[in-house]
Design a protein around this ligand. Structure first.
Ligand code: C5P
Length: 242
């Protein structure tokens, strides 16, 4: 599909808090506008399935970012337990290996079929953006982070996952090497008008959209804005106008 004909990426807002009240207060006014909400370990460890239910009640898809990484049998069990919570997306680490990723996909399919519910899409996290080339060398990985991300994305594709989480700087290389089938879910987004904070390798929403991101995950530029709804509207407009 020509770039100009691609639909704009969907926008998921990261609710990085351990408080269900704070998460719900943030999410409620945004629910009309955004495409979904991401909750991660901070929220899920503190609030568990009941907290997740309260966010789900806003009626938007949930991205449950647990970044699972364990032996295949254990990840399979965790995915099985997660399916009944109804997330649209669930993450595992690609570095957990092909067998582990296959087990995650198989568990999602089997449990969803058993429950008669839609299955979560399994996303593989490639190289954490907090790791640089030196960190990889310490793990005896000689590749640059971007090359390693493409390699892990290739393994993830071969394991049958639905998509990968990658930095915006890696979108082009992954699309070029692996084609359009993998869904690319991209954090590390900073509008030109927002503070970069701890994100170092970021792109603006419009740049990431043009590069071919399918989903943008954005936290603080929205959640810490004086007016989160206005910030989200501005980002949506920027994505759609690109
Ligand atoms: O606030 P900010 O926009 O930086 O939030 C980005 C979200 O994406 C956070 O929930 C963060 O944990 C997550 N994330 C990231 N980089 C990755 C993977 C996930 O920033 N490589």
């Amino acid at each position: 599909m020509a770039d100009s004909a691609r639909r704009p990426p969907r926008l998921y807002v990261a609710l990085d808090t351990s408080s269900v009240g704070q998460a719900a207060d943030l999410a409620r006014p945004l629910a009309e506008l955004v495409d979904g909400f991401k909750v991660g370990l901070e929220f899920f460890v503190a609030q568990g399935p009941s907290g997740l239910r309260q966010i789900s009640m806003l009626g938007k898809p949930i991205f449950l970012d647990l970044k699972l990484h364990d032996i295949p049998n254990t990840v399979s069990g965790a995915v099985t337990s997660a399916v009944s919570r109804g997330p649209a997306y669930l993450t595992v680490h690609a570095s957990g290996g092909v067998a582990m990723m296959r087990a995650a996909v198989a568990a999602a399919k089997a449990e969803a079929a058993k429950l008669g519910s839609p299955r979560p899409k399994i996303l593989a996290v490639t190289v954490l953006t907090s790791l640089d080339a030196n960190d990889l060398v310490l793990q005896s990985i000689a590749a640059e982070p971007a090359a390693q991300a493409v390699k892990l994305a290739a393994l993830a594709k071969s394991a049958g996952v639905d998509g990968v989480v990658c930095s915006p700087k890696e979108i082009a290389a992954i699309k070029h090497t692996l084609g359009p089938e993998l869904e690319l879910v991209v954090p590390g987004i900073r509008p030109a008008w927002a503070a970069a904070r701890d994100q170092k390798r970021f792109m603006t929403p419009a740049e990431a959209a043009t590069a071919g991101a399918d989903v943008l995950v954005i936290g603080r530029p929205i959640t810490e804005a004086d007016n989160p709804l206005e910030a989200a509207k501005r980002i949506k407009a920027e994505i759609e106008a690109r």
